[in-house]
Design a protein around this ligand. Sequence first.
Ligand code: GLY
Ligand code: MN
Ligand code: MN
Length: 435
Amino acid sequence: MIKPKEFKKRRNQLMKIAGDNSIIILNGRSEYLRNGDVHYAYRQDSDLYYLSGFNEPDAVLVLCPGSEFGDHLMFCREADPMKIIWDGPMLGTQGVENDLGFDAAFDIKNIDQMMPKLMQGREKIMFKLGEDVAFDQKISLWMKSIESRKWHKSTVPEELMSISHAIHDMRLYKSNEEIKCMKKSADLASRAHIRMMQACQPGLYEYDLQAEFLHELTKNQSHHSYPPIIGSGDNACILHYINNNQPIKDGDMVLIDAGAEFDFYASDITRTFPANGQFSARQKDLYQVVLQSQYDAIAQVQVGNHWHAPHDAAVKTLSQGLLDLKILKGSLDQVLEEKLYAQYYMHMTGHWLGLDVHDCGDYRVDDLWIELEENMVLTVEPGLYIAQNTQAPDAWKGIGIRIEDDIQVTKKGPKILSEKAPKTVDEIESIMNQS
Ligand code: GLY
Ligand code: MN
Ligand code: MN
């Protein structure tokens, strides 16, 4: 659990980046209706959460160095006794001040009246420019209100700047506490993957495994970080398959891409295993190629290597494997140059991971791939998808394999946060055949 002190440290860091003469204004998420009067489960905007630890709707965080109310301000819903009867406890303004370490919190109803005063006299207004048109418009209205009150012209801020990049750059480097949350998230998801391997048998449906996954997460106060992908047979070749409603057949491979969210932090793990607990010779051959490509890619997760190095390594090993198994013909150079592998491996080998499953952060700067640095966290997830509609020899068709782990970049090399999820052929067969 990340402590209020750490959230405050982040806010101070951001104010330092922005400068004393600026004001940072960040809007959180609202509740969204699903149907009738039922809302989607609420989750705070990741940036606002990152800077506050606050998870209630209709909040606006304001960092205003040296204001008469202090530096750390929040507008939010007032704790309403009637609402508490229906929905349970909420922090409200009192809780934000007392529990989250803010200097002052105000009823969100007063924001239009207070914001022009907070903004006037500041040189720079920093917010997530261009991300929420309605909020951009609010900022414009507050600016206009400063003008219309005919305060001295020089008190109207002249610079409007986006704060997103500064926040996203901070989020790219995980603190020790964040890594602990991510490890816990990966441990929970790993246990859920083991549970699914143990439960799997031909004749079940894909959703039966989904139920096992959700059971394991729910009883550990977690939930999924994205809709789980549970594809058997040819469904494993559909990258974003989430119907999860087909029968699992004897002889199928089952691909499960399923991660947990714990304390707001995501894990993202994929495992692939034979439905009947025993790899066929062909399944094993293809699996070993993907596994080796994952080992080779993970070995490239080193401080100073560029973002693309794991992908390059994975593609090379996968391509050689496709040639060795005679799924592709030609030379390695030709397969790489002409991207012949792409009909069986069509995605990138990973992405940043953090509060969001596809976390924020640059991949390139000035047309160059970013260099890996300590405490960045990324996924490494090579795969091969030999769908029925490909050019592959028939014997290979209907197998989709992906192996995905969550990796922390450290000075000592790659640290696999999701190491508890079994992935060698022996480990998987042994787990699936325990009585
Ligand atoms: N689970 C989505 C991904 O692997 O990127
Ligand atoms: Mn992923
Ligand atoms: Mn995934």
